[in-house]
Design a protein around this ligand. Structure first.
Ligand code: PGA
Length: 212
């Protein structure tokens, strides 16, 4: 089972995956896919919904089995039940083999904002203003104030974690994640506790001076 992020960062990976599937070099047909998080309160057709982004950026171009693609249901009244259903679904497929996550400018992972509990599970979260405003980058028609995310505790149980980081605007926070203290105020730094963390960063996100 694989956890997948949405947003700008994974688009190059998803394009490469789409090309590999088209060329017959890869297949997602037998893989359970779980979307990492979801904004709440957006209209059903909003392009910034994580379920919409994963569809246009990946699912439309690969052979994933729709029955094996899992989204967080932010549209039901009982949000606590939606979180419990998601945790149960990932337990039912045997847990997370690989969690692919991006890095927020404020150090968040999924929607685990600064200050998140390292043992947190899938839950409703309030968004920092920068995260709410950032949804406009995805074409949001409205600034979301909350969302549901897999928790840090949930993600840290994965067999393996890949942290994808792209762009010069992530350079400063990546340096903190890699070299600063392991601190819930920089949630991605907590991933360093994981024995199989792979950080995949492009040249723009890496320090200009590689010895820095
Ligand atoms: P981005 O978002 O990939 O659109 O930069 C990453 C994140 O906020 O987790």
């Amino acid at each position: 089972m694989v956890v997948l992020p949405t947003g700008a960062t994974p688009r190059r990976l998803y394009a490469a995956l789409g090309a590999a599937v088209a060329a017959g070099r890869a297949s997602l047909a037998g893989v359970d896919l779980f979307v990492l998080d979801e904004f709440g309160g957006l209209p059903l057709e909003d392009p910034a919904r994580c379920s919409a982004m994963i569809r246009t950026d990946l699912l439309d171009t690969v052979d994933a089995d729709p029955e094996r693609v899992h989204h967080i249901d932010v549209d039901i009244t009982d949000l606590g039940a939606a979180c419990a259903v998601y945790e149960a679904a990932l337990a039912a497929v045997g847990g997370i083999d690989l969690a692919v996550v991006g890095l927020g400018r404020n150090g968040h992972v999924g929607l685990n904002e600064p200050g998140s509990d390292p043992t947190s599970r899938t839950r409703v979260v309030q968004l920092e203003p920068s995260t709410s405003a950032g949804a406009a980058n995805y074409g949001a028609t409205y600034e979301p104030t909350w969302g549901i995310t897999m928790g840090l505790g949930t993600l840290l149980e994965a067999e393996e974690i890949w942290l994808l980081v792209t762009g010069v605007h992530k350079r400063e926070i990546l340096a903190q994640v890699l070299h600063g203290p392991i601190d819930p105020d920089v949630p991605a730094s907590l991933l360093r506790r994981h024995p199989r963390l792979l950080v995949l960063a492009d040249d723009e996100a890496l320090p200009a001076d590689p010895s820095a």
